[in-house]
Design a binder for this molecule. Sequence first.
Ligand SMILES: NC(=O)C1=CN([C@@H]2O[C@H](COP(=O)(O)OP(=O)(O)OC[C@H]3O[C@@H](n4cnc5c(N)ncnc54)[C@H](OP(=O)(O)O)[C@@H]3O)[C@@H](O)[C@H]2O)C=CC1
Ligand SMILES: CC(=O)C(=O)O
Ligand SMILES: [Mg+2]
Length: 550
Amino acid sequence: MTSLVIFKQHLGKIMKKRGQAILNDPLLNKGTAFTAKERDALGLAGLLPHRIETQDQQLERVFSNCARKPNDLERYIFLMSLQDQNEALFYRTVLSDLQRFMPIIYTPTVGEAALHYGAIFRRPRGLYVTAQDRGRVREVLQNWGGDAPSVIVATDGGRILGLGDLGANGMSISVGKLALYTAAGGIHPGSTLPIVIDVGTNTERLLSSPHYLGLRQKRIVGEAYQDLMDEFVEAVGEVFPDAMLQFEDFATENAITHLARYRDQSAIFNDDIQGTAGVTLAGILAALRITDGALEDQRVLFVGAGSANIGIGELVASAIAEKGMSLDAARKQLWFMDRKGLIVEGRDAINSFAAPYAHAHSPIGDIATAIEVLRPTILIGATGQPGIFDEPVVAAMAKVNARPVIFALSNPTSRSEATAEDVYLWSQGKAVFASGSPFGPVTVNDETHVPGQSNNVYIFPGIGLGVTSCKISRVTDTMFRAAARAVASGVSEDALKEGRIFPALDEIRTASLDIAVAIAEIAFTEGLAGISRPDDLRGFIAERMYSPRY
Ligand SMILES: NC(=O)C1=CN([C@@H]2O[C@H](COP(=O)(O)OP(=O)(O)OC[C@H]3O[C@@H](n4cnc5c(N)ncnc54)[C@H](OP(=O)(O)O)[C@@H]3O)[C@@H](O)[C@H]2O)C=CC1
Ligand SMILES: CC(=O)C(=O)O
Ligand SMILES: [Mg+2]
């Protein structure tokens, strides 16, 4: 369902609801901004203070209240409470300054919120499907009761950011991702549905915490887990047939298994595998405009062989192969390391998904040596291990490249493989650097470098916008390559001059629209769109983007 249709539904709803029911509905509530006419027509007389405010005046109050909070976790709690009261004002706030507010509602602060979900819990949001719901998942989904969602984000909390298994606390991530679908992708907030699939947790700290709100048991595994997932996906297809389903922050093996099992059933994708791949390919393409390199000439060393890096490897290999070589040959340019060192042919304990990258080579244990031997042009970390890109690693990259490209993708900031400051300093300002969580500009030898944020937030909102606007039935890898090209081409020459290889955050809605148009074109060509191609495709999609102004 498009945002436009949802918007019309809400207009219909506001005509039906009256008085307190309107003030208690965050999708309808405007608080002190209801006009005198609206107050009379909607039975609000006496329910609000006398003074009528503009949204800008309300915004000023939000800013000053937010500024008074002692830390970002308190600002997160405050903003989530605003979202529960007045969604339009919440999104107006977030969009007024994404640079300031995105790190609060998303990484890094959302990581802290996920760690403390039970302790800071105020009110439920979304749906909680548990292992005990086996056999009645449909019924649970039907209890949603709100408007049918067009975008669902579901996690089982198996690997939240780089923070490990957080069980039911993973709900914070589903909520955070969907806030960005609305802010960055213009998906109407009334058509988003966050879900946690609570299958337990293996994290002892949570199991013994008095505040933990999830199922207090170890994770279900094997057949019991797979059966629940099958039932869940089937139930989503029946209860919410028009919804796109995004899998988020499943542990790697489950992430890869679910994607392979369900991706051909409907519009389903995995953000950590495909969204991360899209944004990183975008970053590489933009970085090559700085280094003056060609994609097919790159050698990439991936540190970490989990869902994030494997997804990136597969997309980068397919993009290199598009330049005119076989997928096998393209994969030979990509190398992977895990905790046991370089993944090479014949080594033990190689996961099946990493096997295509186990090239013939002698073993190498540490990253700096691997760089000296393999001479990668690009180094990508997705390990959740802070600081493993240390001075010898960065110096080795700077020794073998005039402009080394280094991505430290792990989130939140506390898990980043390196800080921006260290990478610029240790490479004497030569590195083209991006990170999963934001870092500020760094000046080295009087030159200021602005790190990019290589985070899938640059991809999934645009995918959602395209899929929901044009009723796209499948989300394909071709679409993620197109999304990457769309984001990379949105990076200005001025941005590149300061080392920034992603669009500025205040341009993210344009980037999402570019992606939506690009993937819709593919869907029309491949017969995957559920509508006829509008003459003005860009205008058609743009007019479906939610605006939080009253
Ligand atoms: N920026 C973005 O948009 C995104 C970032 N991420 C980030 O990526 C990170 C990883 O996610 P995911 O791939 O799912 O996680 P996994 O935990 O499945 O994978 C981590 C990988 O890192 C390896 N590793 C751990 N420690 C080291 C080490 N010291 N040296 C070399 N390799 C090591 C592990 O090796 P082994 O197999 O031997 O244990 C494993 O292969 C997370 O921190 C997450 O926040 C994820 C998605 C999007
Ligand atoms: C950004 C993201 O999806 C992650 O760190 O898991
Ligand atoms: Mg994720």
